[in-house]
Design a protein around this ligand. Structure first.
Ligand SMILES: Cc1cc2nc3c(=O)[nH]c(=O)nc-3n(C[C@H](O)[C@H](O)[C@H](O)COP(=O)(O)OP(=O)(O)OC[C@H]3O[C@@H](n4cnc5c(N)ncnc54)[C@H](O)[C@@H]3O)c2cc1C
Ligand code: HEM
Length: 398
């Protein structure tokens, strides 16, 4: 329990954190990677280079300081963090490392403004937050370990099949080397694959791209230009290759209450953002509820799963699928050409308002879909999204 004076001292640092938050978290990462190289493999260097991880951490530190007297206000932010941590294998013993480096960064960035009282208050506040996260992460680890087919830590999977889905996207079908059961998971969740390339250990998250209940786990990976892990998967990972995999995590899943109430579903996805949406679609399409899927892609050469979507749309009259290409090839016949705009979205959205909209894609696409959906009058609580990286603001002003 934090004392009233600790709470007041932490709250008083909010303005300075708002001004210097990102400088502080960047400095924090520099200190931590220098002094504790053992935690480096958990982090994605691209998220460091782009600053997205430093911004996400800064935003969470500011939010924590702002709401330290009523932590229930943070309830929406905690699941994303703890699922990301659990997916990547963050453990209680890592928290003192982060705590020590964060305090050092506060001291070095704020200089004389970081009085002993402020440092002491932040040490206590960090400890309280760490306990909340550690507890929530352990609950995920336990649930993942105790469910049928579940496990804790890494488990060896063999690539049983590779399927080229487009010029840039390939699916990998993974079967456990131990021959044991596979876990159920919630459509929309992702797992983490680990490898070591040229002596550098690394791990990446990949959404499960098919509904649960198959005799394999499937991920579908886009070859990222200049991307280390995806290039390795595409070029080096052949059938028979064994991969170390951590269990499915993630809270970008269908809203169970809304499903139970019979609400419809709309998926608006760009490029590789199709992966969790396809799993969600496959897991609900037989229910007969109205579902619309809009897939924006460069063209037919880049688009994955078009045949699968069209096959499902033929079998289920309740499913409507639309394809929009911004760089169509001569032979392409998409439903529309260009970028998704308000007119097109309004035309494709179902009549009425009893549906939830799930969207995912490149950041500019997500910003645009978010703004268009709000302009078209959708209620904010009906909108759900995930980033294929640290959480970012969708509203430029936020
Ligand atoms: C929840 C979640 C689910 C995901 N699901 C999927 C999925 O289903 N399918 C999928 O394909 N991906 C998915 N991803 C993305 C995936 O985790 C990887 O980020 C992606 O495969 C790229 O990894 P990479 O190692 O190939 O690229 P990286 O090596 O990480 O590089 C990414 C980009 O950053 C640039 N870059 C890298 N390092 C630096 C640097 N130091 N300085 C400047 N630029 C740099 C690279 O040139 C490249 O353009 C998901 C991510 C998350 C968080
Ligand atoms: C109170 C302490 C902590 C807070 C507030 C915190 C906060 C966050 C936040 C906000 C994110 C971004 C989530 C997202 O949007 O995807 C994140 C991601 C992450 N955190 Fe933490 N974290 C804490 C402790 C730790 C610890 C102890 C570790 C272990 C070393 C850790 C490792 C990671 C990693 C590896 C990621 C993903 C980074 C990436 O995408 O490259 N965190 N954390």
């Amino acid at each position: 329990m934090l004392s009233a004076s600790t709470i007041a001292t932490v709250k008083a640092t909010v303005p300075v954190l708002q001004t210097h938050g990102e400088t502080l978290t960047r400095h924090f990462y520099a200190i931590m990677f220098r002094d504790h190289p053992e935690v480096r493999p958990f982090f994605n260097p691209a998220h460091q280079a782009s600053g997205t991880q430093a911004r996400a951490l800064a935003a969470s530190v500011v939010a924590y300081a702002q709401h330290i007297d009523r932590l229930e206000a943070l309830a929406g932010a905690v699941p994303t963090i703890v699922h990301k941590h659990a997916a990547l294998g963050v453990l209680p013993e890592h928290y003192p490392i982060v705590g020590k480096c964060l305090l050092q960064a506060i001291r070095e960035v704020l200089g004389e403004a970081a009085t002993p009282d402020i440092l002491d208050a932040w040490a206590q506040a960090y400890g309280a937050l760490a306990q909340i996260l550690i507890g929530a992460e352990e609950a995920i680890y336990q649930a993942n370990a105790t469910r049928t087919g579940g496990w804790r830590g890494t488990r060896a999977f063999r690539v049983a099949r590779r399927e080229v889905e487009s010029d840039v996207i390939t699916s990998f079908y993974l079967e456990p080397v131990d021959g044991g059961a596979l876990p159920s998971y919630q459509a929309g969740q992702y797992l983490t694959v680990l490898t070591t390339l040229d002596g550098v250990a690394m791990r990446r998250n990949y959404s499960l791209s098919s509904a649960p209940g198959q005799p394999w786990l499937r991920i579908s990976v886009k070859r990222e230009a200049g991307g280390v892990f995806s290039t390795w998967l595409h070029d080096q990972t052949q059938i028979g290759q064994v991969l170390e995999v951590m269990p499915p995590c993630g809270e970008f899943v269908l809203n169970a209450d809304r499903l139970a109430a019979g609400a419809g579903l709309v998926f608006v996805v760009g490029g590789i953002g199709i992966t969790p949406a396809l799993a969600m679609l496959e897991s609900t399409v037989a229910s007969g509820r109205p579902i619309t899927l809009i897939h924006a892609a460069r063209n037919s050469a880049a688009q994955a799963f078009r045949a699968r979507l069209e096959d499902l749309a033929k079998r289920y009259a309740s499913l409507k699928v639309h394809h929009i290409y911004d760089q169509p090839l001569a032979q392409d016949r998409p439903d529309a050409v260009g970028l998704l705009d308000a007119t097109r979205l309004a035309q494709w959205l179902p009549a009425g308002s009893d549906y939830d909209l799930y969207f995912l894609g490149p950041k500019p696409f997500m910003r645009s879909v978010h703004a268009l959906a709000l302009d078209l009058g959708l209620q904010p609580e009906r909108l759900h999204w995930e980033f294929f990286g640290p959480k970012e603001a969708l509203d430029e002003a936020a």
